[in-house]
Design a protein around this ligand. Structure first.
Ligand code: GCO
Ligand code: MG
Length: 405
């Protein structure tokens, strides 16, 4: 069997998605997600010009060798563009292998370790009561874990809370240049503890809560937040501070027992090696699309299991259903799976383009027996939603200083 053709598609059903299709000379094909939000076309060029020509004629069954060829074989390792390109090819090859074997990918990984994949849903609100009302809806729909985000009083906008919140698919069409948003750590501290205090008063302690700080704090501020939130028993505090310097998480870790989660922007195991090995985190959130595909996530998952770190893959709306499927197969297998972020199955356009058979039952994602990844891609429907340049917002302190994502 040989790789005959590699096609790259960009579509924008509300957000941009880069999808790769690897086609074999025997007619089987596999799909991969290569979406890097705000930098989509860079991955397209990388794939079309620098990856596809090198893979034509190779055996698509040699997943590991192709992964190594694209990683070690290249002078320039790592980075989000390289790793998303590798990831997309890798997912497509696992998809092909599953289809050849007539088995879902999770069977190739080692089979099921659980009956379903526990999800956490998002509750985002303009104020605390609004956020908690949304949490209540999720609880009534069977979710056992919820991420709480509430607008910060005194700031004009709070990322991920205001704007297109009616359709949490985070429609990007109106952001052809990055909007600028204000951040104030002091204002954030004025309201964040109250959110969890009220959440526990209203819902008790049987439901799990998480919170995403989007890396807006310094390590010592993150340590303080973790400590203040201890009475409210979070499942985890996400991206409390940037950990480019992985050692800096010792400051957070040594001051709080609130569990810590990080990793959605990481591209390789090297970005989280020290965090995991020194047991500075509890959940690793790497995404198949951004950290090198199923092959790479399987390795990170096994490495993490040695240090009691669980997986909690990124599940934001900027990961396509192909990445979501890759996570579902990894999650149902991984002995150290923790929880999967889930923002729903997206809008009508997305569902016309990507078709799959995953379902939600009582806050858990259920697998189908479809071979491979179990996702179909409608090229004609995708063509109806052309690429639109679009960016995430940029964050600045009140004095104008550019701040962290
Ligand atoms: C999450 C993420 C999102 C990101 C988004 C960027 O945990 O779901 O942090 O909120 O901001 O993926 O496009
Ligand atoms: Mg996040």
């Amino acid at each position: 069997m040989k790789i005959q053709e590699i096609k790259v598609f960009v579509c924008s059903p509300g957000r941009n998605f880069v999808t790769v299709k690897v086609i074999t000379d025997e007619g089987t094909y596999g799909l991969g997600d290569a979406t890097v939000n705000g930098r989509e076309m860079a991955v397209v060029a990388y794939l079309e010009e620098h990856v596809a020509p090198c893979l034509i004629g190779r055996d698509p069954q040699e997943i590991e060798d192709i992964w190594q060829y694209l990683y070690k074989g290249v002078y320039w390792r790592k980075g989000p563009i390289t790793m998303a390109a590798i990831a997309a090819i890798d997912m497509a090859l696992w998809d092909i292998k599953g289809k050849i074997a007539n088995l879902p990918v999770y069977q190739l990984l080692g089979g099921k370790s659980r009956k379903g994949v526990t999800f956490y849903a998002h509750a985002n609100g303009e104020n605390i009561d609004d956020t908690l009302d949304k949490a209540q809806e999720h609880i009534e729909n069977g979710f056992k874990a919820i991420r709480l985000q509430s607008a910060i009083p005194g700031l004009k906008v709070t990322y991920g809370v205001l704007g297109d919140k009616k359709d949490y698919f985070e429609l990007q069409g109106s952001r052809p240049l990055p909007p600028e948003e204000e951040w104030s750590t002091a204002k954030y501290f004025n309201s964040i503890v109250e959110l969890f205090k009220k959440a526990r008063e209203r819902f008790g302690y049987d439901v799990h809560f998480t919170h995403d700080v989007h890396s807006r704090l310094t390590p010592i501020e993150a340590a303080k937040l973790g400590k203040l939130l201890e009475p409210y028993n979070l499942l985890f505090l996400e991206d409390a501070a940037i950990a480019e310097n992985q050692d800096s998480y010792k400051i957070v870790r040594h001051h709080t027992t609130t569990p810590l989660a990080i990793g959605e922007t990481y591209n390789t195991i090297w970005d989280c090696k020290d965090l995991i090995q020194n047991q500075l985190i509890d959940y690793i959130r790497v995404a198949a699309t951004h950290a090198g595909g199923i092959t790479a996530l399987k390795r990170i998952t096994d490495f993490a299991s040695v240090y009691n770190v669980k997986t909690a893959p990124h599940g934001a709306p900027d990961l396509s259903p192909v990445c979501f499927a890759a996570h579902m197969h990894l999650n149902i297998w991984a002995p150290n799976f923790g929880i999967q972020e889930f923002v729903g199955f997206g809008n009508e356009g997305l569902n016309r383009i990507f078709k799959h058979k995953f379902t939600v039952e009582n806050g858990m994602g259920m697998m189908s027996e479809a071979p491979g990844l179990g996702v179909e891609f409608d090229e004609a429907a995708a063509a109806e939603y052309p690429y639109k340049r679009s960016y995430l917002p940029v964050s600045r302190l009140e004095d104008g200083t550019l701040w962290n994502w």
